[in-house]
Design a binder for this molecule. Sequence first.
Ligand SMILES: Cc1cc2nc3c(=O)[nH]c(=O)nc-3n(C[C@H](O)[C@H](O)[C@H](O)COP(=O)(O)OP(=O)(O)OC[C@H]3O[C@@H](n4cnc5c(N)ncnc54)[C@H](O)[C@@H]3O)c2cc1C
Length: 518
Amino acid sequence: MRRILTMNRESNLRALASDGVFDVLVIGGGATGLGAALDAASRGYRTALIEAKDFAHATSSRSTKLVHGGVRYLAQGNIPLVREALRERAILLRNAPALVREVPFIVPLYHYLDAPFYFTGLKIYDLLAGRYGLSPTKLLGASKTLEHLPGAQPKGLVGGVLYSDCQFDDARMAVALARTAADQGAVVLNYMPALRFLREGGKSSGLGKLSGVVARDEESGREVEVRARAIINATGIFVDEIRTEDSPAAKPMLRWSRGSHLVFPRALLPMQSAIMVPKTDDGRVLFAIPWHNHVIVGTTDVEAERAVHDPVPTSVEAEFILAQLNRYLDSPLTVEDATASFAGLRPLIRQDANSTAGLSREHSVTVAASGLVTVAGGKWTTYRRMAEDAVDKAVEMAGLPAAPCRTAGIVLAAEPDTAAMVSADSTLAAPLHPNLPYIYADVVAAARQEMARTAEDVLARRTRSLFLDLAASSDCAAPVAAVLARELGKDADWAGQQQAALLALCAPLRAVLRPKTA
Ligand SMILES: Cc1cc2nc3c(=O)[nH]c(=O)nc-3n(C[C@H](O)[C@H](O)[C@H](O)COP(=O)(O)OP(=O)(O)OC[C@H]3O[C@@H](n4cnc5c(N)ncnc54)[C@H](O)[C@@H]3O)c2cc1C
C-alpha cells in the first residue's frame, strides 16, 4: 500500500526545540536547502531545516520550470555544465515521474541557412546526454512545424528543429523534497527565520565557531535556540545577509538578475510543443512552454539592485517578452491577453563581467572561519549535486563520520491523493474557479499533508493558481481562506486577513497586465 507522507508543523516545532544537538542544520527551504536536508538525513545525520517563509517562497517557485542541460550553456561552450545537468535531468525524471515530463521543443526556422546550425547544435545536445538522452532531434518541414505549433507565423516559415527537454512543477517539487526529507527523519519547518548565530563559548559576532542559531517561530513569535554541529547557509539570493550576520567583514559574493515571465491561456496559444526562440534582441534564448493548460513565456535578464522576497516584472520587461514572442505568431498577443505575470531573482556568483547575462550559473560552496558552509548559484536542475557538495563540505568541516550520498537512488514522495477526501466529503470536489484546474480537496490536502499555513501558500505554491491566473486567484481568495481557516482552527478575522494579504500580493502583478496609458 502507498504510504502517505505528511508533515505536521506542531510536532516538527516540538522536535526542533527539544531534540538536542543536530548534526546538520540547513538555513533556507528552497531547492538547494531542501535538497541538502534530504541528502543529510538520508546519510543518517540528525538534520533540521528552517525556512523563513514558505518552502520555495523565493526563487525556487519562480523558475521557467525547465529541467534541462541548458542549450544556452551549450552555445557558450560550457560542456561540463551541460553534461552534468543532463545527467541530473535523467535522475529527476526517474525519481519524480509525477512532477517531471519530457516536452518537445521547436526552434522555428525562417531562413534555410539557420537549419544546419541549429540542427547540428541540438544533435550535439543529444550526444552529450549519451545514455541519458530523450527523443532524438529531428529536422521538420514547414507543414509539420505548423502541426506542432498551430498559430505560428506561417509567412516565411521554412521548417523547424524539434528536440526534447523536460519541464517540471518547481514549487510542488520543493514540497515533495520537504516530505521526502521528513520521511528520512529530517525536522523541516517553514515560517522559522534564522535570526542570529550561537557560538562556542558564547563568543560574539565574527568570533568563534558556530554552535547553532536563534530562530523565530513566526506564528507564535517565540524564539528557539537550535544547536548544530554543522550549519549550511542555503538562502539563495539572501546568502550574503547570513554571511554578514556571521561575520560583518564578509565580502558580498552575489549579484542578482531578474527574470520575468508572462502566462497565457492555452486556448490563445494552442501549441503541442514548446517554442524555443534561439536569439532575442539581447542575445538570450526565450521559451514559450505549455504548463497546466496555460503557456509560460520568458524570461528576461535584468540586473536587480537588491534581493527582495516578492520581485515584480516591469512593464518594459512585459513588452520585451511580447515583442520577441509576437515575431513567431500569426496573430500577435497583447499584454491584456496574459492571465499572470511572475518574476524571480537569479543568484549569480560575482565574477568580473559587465552584464549579468555573462555570469556563471555554476554553484559555489565556501566555508567561513566560523565553520558556516555557504552554497550558492547553480540551477534547479542541479539542486541534487549542489546539495551533495554542500553536505560533503559540512561533514568534513564538522568532522562527522563520513557516509556516502544516497539521493540519486531516492524516489521522491508521490503527489497527495485527494480521492479519499472527496469520497468522505463531496463538497471538496468543487473547483476553486472555472479557470483553475484545482478543487477544494487540494486546499485541504495542502493544510493536512503539506504544511500550508497561509492562503498564499495554497494558491501560489501547493496549487499554482497564482502563477496561472491572477484574477481567478483573487476571486477565490475568500473561500479558499475560509476552508483553510477551518482546517487550521483559525477564525473569520484570520481568514479576512489572509484574503487581504493575497489581494495585496496580486495587485502589482496584475498591474503589469494592463496596457500602458499614453
Ligand atoms: C527567472 C528564473 C528562471 C529560472 N529558470 C530555471 C529553469 O527553468 N530551470 C532550472 O533548472 N533553474 C532555473 N532557475 C534557477 C533556479 O530557480 C535557482 O537556481 C534555484 O531555485 C535556487 O534555489 P535556492 O534554494 O538556492 O534559493 P531560493 O529558492 O531563493 O531559496 C532560499 C530560501 O532561503 C530562505 N531564507 C532567506 N533568509 C532566511 C533566513 N534568515 N532564515 C531561514 N530561511 C531564509 C528564503 O525565504 C528562500 O526560501 C531560474 C531562476 C530564475 C530567477
